[in-house]
Design a protein around this ligand. Sequence first.
Ligand code: HEC
Ligand code: HEC
Length: 207
Amino acid sequence: MCEIRSALGALVCVLLLAGPALQVRADEVKALARAQEIVGGRCFLCHGARGEAASELFPRLAAQNAEYIAKQLANFKSGARKSDTMKGMAADLTPEDMRALGLFFSRQTSPPHSVSDPSLAEEGGVLYAKGGAAIEVSACAGCHGPRGHGSTTLPRLAGQVASYLETQLKQFGTRERTNDNAVMHNIAEKMTEREIQAVAEYLSTLD
Ligand code: HEC
Ligand code: HEC
């Protein structure tokens, strides 16, 4: 497709080959700028300017997977995932905004929390990797990955705020959170309070 016979030919070649890549880059720059405007307008109040979480009351979004974030925002907007706070926050976001926000947060870094209770974290690590044989809890690692990084659609859990992880596990268990196609419901309802605390402590300390 690209024959270099002259300087002009070379230029055409460069444009032909680099054009689509440059377009993708330009779309990304635009999306990231849009996301930063929305985050700076309101999200930062609770989630921090780079998704690091303004306090332990709010989940971290930094390094979270882009598609997962966009899905959660759509779920908050439609009411499939219930949160009075987040319903209002997502109300005027377009699908394009949601994708842009996902891209923005997925590009930020999430440093691990320090270990506050080593033996609890160790217990959580075993449950995470191997599951709970006695109560038939599936190994979390099978879906969320060996280091809790998730996948495009499965959430990253590594470095998340421990109290947020606990709340979500309890909400899955009691069916207050139901936007997971019942996957987490069946797992969380079998977990004891201690197991929930242990796995949350372990995950918060992963990078
Ligand atoms: C007033 C505080 C507040 C503001 C402002 C806020 N959020 Fe949230 N956000 C929360 C809380 C609280 C939760 C947890 C909800 C729950 O318990 O399910 C949450 C959850 C989320 C989640 C789900 C995280 C996960 O791991 O599943 C996403 C994504 C999110 N917020 C994005 C945003 C975006 C984008 C904005 C700005 C448009 C925003 N939030 C503004 C409080 C806030
Ligand atoms: C069969 C696959 C599977 C297994 C095994 C699994 N999960 Fe999940 N997990 C999911 C799915 C699917 C979601 C929800 C995605 C969504 O909301 O769109 C989820 C969501 C979560 C969330 C919410 C994250 C957030 O940011 O709000 C937590 C916390 C969680 N899982 C913890 C665990 C723990 C701990 C275990 C092991 C005890 C586990 N999961 C095992 C598939 C799985």
